[in-house]
Design a protein. Sequence first.
Length: 279
Amino acid sequence: MEQPDGQRCDGLKWMSLVLLVVQNAALFLIMRFATVAHPDDHFHSTVVVVVVELAKLLICYVLMAAEHESGAVGPLQELWTSRRSLRELTLPALCYTGQNNLLFVAVSFLSASASQVLSQTKVLWTAVFARALMHTKYSVRKWASFLILMVGAALVQGQDRKSMSSLAGDTSEYEYMVGVASALGAAVLSGLGGILLEMNYTSKRSGSLLLINMQLSLVSLPFALLAVFEFDWPGIAKDGWHKGLFRADTMAVILVQVCALRALLLMAPDGSPEAPDGP
């Protein structure tokens, strides 16, 4: 018996929620392991960010081409038609690129649990930017829940500092604070990028979710490449861009990050232009 469209849509959204929860939990565990497990064969994190954006761009292109009546030419035509609006994605793309790079810095100095909890403060920052930029109103109960989230993040961060000090005495206070600042910075950028993207697409733009993700990845690539040359170019010139890239744990990091795209596509099975939550 065929399910009604409403039940099917709800089922897909619940499935996407489960995928996002699993993806988010697995991402920090795998990132932490891949970052610290091979200190002599460490991948260049900025290169990984570029590869993830390229993978998302390719996946969206292939899916659009499969659905488009013009085949492989169709996605290129839509990108060309919407080329003038790409500049509107500059700030969200910059925020998300910064977020993805900062997360690698965070897991280098913090445990997976602390990095994940601190990064989840993006919920609070999303609410702050929504209130400031979109004048969204929240109830006292919701603001109280945001406060509880911050208290929980502070408790986890404090406990993580004690446990890491006992396990790795060579981790300096400065390095630990760099990790905390990076995780919080990623949360701020995620919240700001999400609100900017939502403002953009709810007021000015239309298009399928595949096209939105293609555009966002396309605009993000120059910023990601800029980060490569700014932060990792000396190491790349010495060891090559592929150093540590084809290890199983590194490929797992890339795969888990790309899996978030699948969850987002399930959340909008009708192709409605819901704003992505970030690369």
